[in-house]
Design a binder for this molecule. Sequence first.
Ligand code: BEZ
Length: 257
Amino acid sequence: METFQGTKDHWDASLYDVKHSFVSKYGNRLVELLAPRAGERILDLGCGTGDLAHTLYECGVEVVGIDNSENMVKQAISKYRHIPFMVQDATNLAYHDEFDAVFSNATLHWVQPPIEAVKGIYQSLKQGGRLVAEFGGKGNVQTITDEIIQQIKSSGFEFKAGQFPWFYPSIAEYSKLMEEVGFRVTFAQHYDRPTQLDGENGLRNWINMFGGMLFDGIPEHTKDQIIENVEINLTEILYQEGIWIADYKRIRVVGIK
Ligand code: BEZ
């Protein structure tokens, strides 16, 4: 799952489990692409609150879960005591030739600089091991983020490029990084995944859960007003029959060491 690199822990693990459980639900499709085999040793990079690590465990995998958020890791440990979970930074992995696979769902768009993560993942894998990952790709949730940035500027605040917390590459960009460190990229896909947000406050909850860094330095009452304006302006585009639909665009990659 997703982590803010190098900042305080913004994650509310309980809220994540209650309101954003779709992240792990979509991740089950990535488990199919991983096709885990019993006895394999697999690193779940960005394990969040542990649900997908648990799915791998149930497949007979010896799974290790890591996440940059202490809140998430604590919650994962409390749910699944039989699985080792640890707080670790994806740009500073210290594993060497020990995993059959690195699995990563909805995380790598948070990780910067991306090349450091790709190097560490490669180093963690045994020869012949695989990286199977899905995360936000070029244009991900752009309707939402463009509108937020527009509203921030209209409210008289500066928005600096460095405040944008995500890295949304194309498959060409990400494949290039993978190839640079030695991966043979065997699969790369960039696809639309319109994603239902939970309830009539779904967009607001999503922004509060994931978009906190966009509002750095903005007073709480102004932030609330900005989010309200975003809701108003996006209703026609993203609110259909009582449901908010976020314009997720994902990339999926598989690489072999
Ligand atoms: C994503 O999974 O694509 C994502 C989730 C939260 C914020 C940004 C992107």
